[in-house]
Design a protein around this ligand. Structure first.
Ligand SMILES: Cc1cc2nc3c(=O)[nH]c(=O)nc-3n(C[C@H](O)[C@H](O)[C@H](O)COP(=O)(O)OP(=O)(O)OC[C@H]3O[C@@H](n4cnc5c(N)ncnc54)[C@H](O)[C@@H]3O)c2cc1C
Length: 278
């Protein structure tokens, strides 16, 4: 289909983009979610503000013990970054599993989390690593904990005058982290994705963090599972305890790809695989 007509402007700086941003305009990063939505007329806009070349949103660096990933970093850049592999290996692992190489070369972490597709991979990583989302408006900047950022289907706590500038995550060096997903075979989006991070060793896990994407309309941390396996070793008993502890109060999606029952079952399977992979 053809989108409704719109104007296009290429921002020359972050402040330029912020001043052009209003209720009738939209930010364009990699375009891999927004352009299809415009073409299907699920979305429309008066003006697209292209931020894809803004130097302020690029780069991957350390700020003390924190890893900072620019919102404009592509999935491919994150997957191949040695700094990411050292300080947030889960992020490199997740990035490498997104879509195909064309998607990874264009799509950005900022665009993905702003879009908040319930089947997207990044939210699980941000939640399991307790990352925060750095945002800027003309009035100033703020940092939003990942647990407060994703609030519903395609919905975040980002305000309409804010742009995501980056992701901040405390170095995970020394932590065991993994991401296991059951991918929709055509798009690679997660039917269910499970991220697990833990300190300690396979004989005794500590500070366990477990996050799911694809299961519900909003990605979430499962604190029931975390509590059930804290201090335990990785063995069949722990895997059974984890599967039994999965939060049953969470709304589970059902669609033409997977029923509620199938997704619930997959959540337990992916959790077991994640524990085994630690
Ligand atoms: C074929 C295909 C397969 C895919 N497979 C997967 C997959 O397996 N897993 C997965 O997680 N994703 C997948 N995706 C989605 C992909 O990761 C997209 O790149 C991503 O969702 C959006 O990033 P983008 O940079 O393209 O954002 P855009 O499409 O440019 O923007 C998306 C939304 O975010 C807003 N936005 C963008 N950047 C910012 C910012 N810095 N601040 C505020 N708002 C911003 C835009 O206004 C828009 O509303 C797939 C996409 C395609 C087309």
């Amino acid at each position: 289909m053809i989108p409704t007509s719109f104007n296009y402007t290429k921002a020359s700086s972050l402040s330029d983009a912020l001043s052009a941003l209003n209720d009738d305009s939209k930010i364009l990063a990699g375009g891999h979610s927004l352009i299809p939505a415009l073409k299907l007329r699920l979305n429309e806009t008066d003006t697209l503000i292209d931020i894809s070349k803004l130097s302020e949103l690029q780069g991957i660096s350390m700020d003390g013990n924190d890893l900072l990933i620019g919102a404009g970093a592509t999935h491919a850049e994150i997957a191949s970054s040695e700094t990411v592999k050292q300080h947030a290996p889960l992020f490199a692992m997740v990035a490498a599993q997104i879509g195909d190489i064309q998607v990874r070369n264009k799509g950005t972490i900022g665009g993905s989390i702003a879009h908040a597709d319930p089947a997207a991979d990044w939210p699980a990583a941000l939640l399991a690593c307790e990352a925060s989302v750095e945002v800027q408006s003309s009035a100033g900047s703020r940092s939003i904990a990942a647990s407060d950022f994703f609030i519903g289907i395609f919905t975040t706590s980002l305000q309409s005058d804010e742009i995501i500038t980056g992701i901040r995550v405390a170095s995970q060096a020394g932590r065991m982290c993994t991401y296991q997903k059951f991918a929709q075979p055509a798009s690679r989006f997660a039917l269910v994705g499970c991220a697990v991070c833990a300190s300690g060793s396979r004989d005794g896990l500590s500070n366990v963090r477990v996050a799911f994407t694809g299961v519900s309309d909003t990605p979430y941390r499962d604190t029931s599972v975390e509590a059930a396996i804290e201090g335990k070793g990785v063995n069949q008993e722990t895997k059974d305890a984890a599967a039994n502890a999965i939060d049953k109060s969470i709304y589970v999606m059902s669609d033409h790809f997977a029923s509620e029952k199938y997704r619930s079952h997959l959540a337990g399977v992916m959790l077991g695989r994640a524990l085994e992979a630690l």
